[in-house]
Design a binder for this molecule. Structure first.
Ligand SMILES: [Zn+2]
Length: 228
């Protein structure tokens, strides 16, 4: 059996939630079937850590009132509060996470405009001098986006993306592919916080374009094309 993410063969695979369970907002209908993909335990563990690093940081940049992100901020803050620990060890883990995150919080003035994640940044009524920022590691965001694309392709098309295809991730726009997506894309959603538009490109079995919107705010585009 082949792992959807690393493409290695294994005797046993586990189910990975393509969008982690902790990323589903509280408004997600309970009976919705959440997308999963068969993956090896190494990938499952590695991506679990990446997703947690991202979630705790991005949650600091969401508003409590963001309609696609109900409960996400609160859940992330609880993960950082020792008082919510289920055991002394768990409390210490939460405290360590918070100590690490706390060190990364910086004044928003320090952030160059070009480095702000599209869709984030200051709101009209915010004061730059009083606003804080946190770095979202781009490499982690891209690895996460690639994983999502691999997993969703498995769900929607029933195959893994072969190793002679590359997955390109964009945080801004897809240019010509975006027009394709708008015109021909298929829209899939898992409640209000997780939306996907995808389209197969030309006659190529594996070529695809994706637009993925999480919490109505975090947007990434991706296309899958044969390696030249
Ligand atoms: Zn794997």
């Amino acid at each position: 059996m082949k792992c959807t993410y690393c493409l290695q063969e294994f005797d046993k695979l586990t189910d990975d939630h393509i969008f982690p369970l902790s990323w589903y907002p509280d408004t997600t209908p309970e009976n919705i079937s959440k997308w999963k993909a068969p993956v090896c335990s190494t990938c499952n563990g590695d991506f679990g850590r990446i997703e947690e690093e991202l979630r705790l940081r991005i949650a600091h940049c969401l508003g409590i009132m963001d309609s696609g992100a109900h409960g996400i901020v609160e859940k992330a803050m609880r993960s950082l509060k020792p008082g919510y620990g289920r055991s002394p060890d768990d409390s210490r883990r939460r405290l360590r996470k918070w100590e690490k995150i706390k060190k990364e919080i910086m004044p928003a003035q320090k952030v160059p405009t070009a480095a702000i994640l599209p869709g984030f940044g200051l709101k009209w009524d915010q004061d730059l001098l009083k606003t804080l920022a946190i770095e979202i590691p781009r490499d982690l965001l891209e690895r996460f986006a690639e994983k999502i694309v691999k997993g969703l392709t498995h769900v929607f098309c029933g195959h893994c993306i072969p190793s002679n295809y590359r997955i390109i991730v964009r945080l801004d726009s897809l240019g010509e592919f975006e027009d394709l997506l708008i015109k021909y894309g298929k829209h899939e959603a898992r409640g209000p916080g997780i939306e996907v538009i995808y389209v197969k490109v030309a006659d190529d079995t594996y070529a695809m374009a994706y637009k993925i919107v999480i919490w109505g705010k975090l947007v990434f585009y991706s296309y899958v094309l044969p390696t030249q």
